[in-house]
Design a protein. Sequence first.
Length: 185
Amino acid sequence: MSSREIADPEVRLLASIAAALKGDYVKPEKEDPWTSSPFAWIKGLPSRQRGKIGEQLVAGWCAAKGFDVTHTGDSQADRLIQGCRVEIKFSTLWESGVYKFQQIRHQAYSHIVCLGLSPFDAHCWAIPKDLLLKMPKGVTHQHGGRAGTDTYWLSFKPSAPLEWLSQYGGTLSRAFEVIKRLQAK
């Protein structure tokens, strides 16, 4: 007899009654769409580490595509891509089905590259900072109160992206075309 089998018939009876009651008390666990995703390991890390990984993913992808990518040497932008000062924002898909690109600030860069990872897909946009700071649909102040007006976030469902975003990417291929046109300012 295996150690997992119940030998006592009274305990088996009690276990079968418990099994019948379980549905009244325990809801079935939702299937985690990230379970076998190649990006699942990123979800379990603290947000600061996820942000750094997002920067490294964008930098590595751009370098692999033949772009010149270097550090800026200051905290006003994350990378120089083709000589253009770029801030990189990263989001994994939230349970609600949205990407939230957070901590967008008015600093010394010209474009924001937003990389969003879903369990088995990736999305990317290269958006002019000046456009984002005009607060088009989907862009809101991240923090309330008088002191909270310097930080923004961009939130939307990748399954229904905001119309104005389409010219700045969506797929990695479309974002690649936009990034190719970036110029140092």
